[in-house]
Design a protein around this ligand. Structure first.
Ligand code: ADP
Ligand code: MG
Length: 305
């Protein structure tokens, strides 16, 4: 049998480069063990040359963050006659933009934390007043298009100006109402609900350390302790979000659950795919192994071209 050739795209220039390299490494290793010919590749100036010389059957997009998850690389890949995994151009760019995706959630009656967009201006005055006109402290400030909790800060009235200053280079950021309560994430696979997982960070919130440093000892709880009505509710919201954004393949939606309400924070079109990432963990719980998940993603890419 001729081995299928897979090009795993990973690394890149986003702040999630390290995570993407790890995802790429683990996906490539798993594929090599299982009857595939694999090469990994950076999305640099040689990308098209590399695609043309390697001639992959499928490109596995293992990139995260800017220029990997936001429609840019997908646009380049569309110019090639090779199927690529995960969401396409438009849905990737919408999902990566937390403001646009929130607007679509609201339009579709999906609850998401109240927010204001903050645009830096010279001699900005009355920031606190502007925030208080719409939101109550504490608030969460975050870049519009990052991931992995990079530059996400919970702020009170006292430290908001200092924290906003740290995000100055973004020009535009989101300021959201802080939703206390539980942290639950839901994975969707194609048109189906894969499952849910709860995260209990020991840190103040599910920040970068809580996500990636095992020493932070974030607890992963699966199955999530929700009654069947609530489980149905949260998983159906994730499926709806996946559909209204027009996503393909696998996505992971991040929620806060507080006082009986599910607040959708965001939908991720390139969720982490190391063996210890959340989507593989959810898949494993229902008996889908890491290689089965990867193979499903590859198959989905070729069907959807
Ligand atoms: N409005 C909010 N209320 C409470 N916690 C939040 C809020 N927004 C973000 N967080 C915390 O920050 C984490 C990262 O935020 P998220 O919006 O998912 O961005 P990222 O793309 O960086 O994952 C969340 O998992 C949650 O722990
Ligand atoms: Mg998130």
């Amino acid at each position: 049998m001729v081995k299928k050739k897979i090009l795993v795209l990973c690394g890149g220039i986003s702040k999630e480069r390290i995570i993407s390299l790890e995802t790429g490494k683990q996906v490539a290793k798993e594929l090599k063990k299982n009857k595939y010919k694999v090469t990994t590749c950076e999305p640099d100036n040689n990308l098209l040359k590399n695609i043309n010389s390697y001639k992959p059957d499928i490109i596995f997009n293992a990139l995260h963050g800017q220029f990997g998850e936001d429609g840019y690389i997908q646009t380049i890949l569309e110019t090639q006659k090779v199927p690529y995994t995960h969401s396409g151009v438009i849905s990737s760019s919408i999902a990566m933009d937390k403001e646009i995706s929130k607007k679509i959630f609201i339009e579709n009656k999906i609850l998401t934390p109240k927010y204001i967009k903050f645009i830096y201006q010279k001699n900005e005055k009355n920031i606190i007043q502007k925030i208080e006109n719409k939101l109550k402290f504490p608030v969460v400030i975050k870049p519009i298009n990052e991931g992995s909790s990079v530059h996400v800060y919970i702020c009170n009235k006292k430290n908001i100006l200092k924290n906003l200053n740290m995000l100055k280079f973004y020009n535009e950021i989101l300021i959201e109402e802080f939703i206390p309560g539980r942290e639950i994430q839901v994975a969707i696979m194609g048109k189906k609900i894969l499952g849910a997982i709860e995260l209990k960070p020991k840190r103040k919130f599910y920040d970068y350390e809580a996500k990636y440093n095992p020493k932070a000892k974030t607890q992963h709880i699966i199955p999530v302790e929700l009654n069947s009505k609530n489980l149905k509710k949260i998983t159906n919201i994730a499926l709806k979000a996946h559909k209204v954004i027009g996503c393909r393949s696998v996505t992971r939606s991040d929620f806060k659950f507080y006082k009986g309400k599910f607040y959708l924070l965001e939908i991720n079109t390139q969720p982490g795919m190391t063996k210890l990432s959340l989507v593989p963990e959810i898949a494993d719980y229902i008996g889908i192994s890491f290689i089965q998940l990867i193979e499903w993603i590859l198959k989905d890419a070729s069907i959807n071209r």
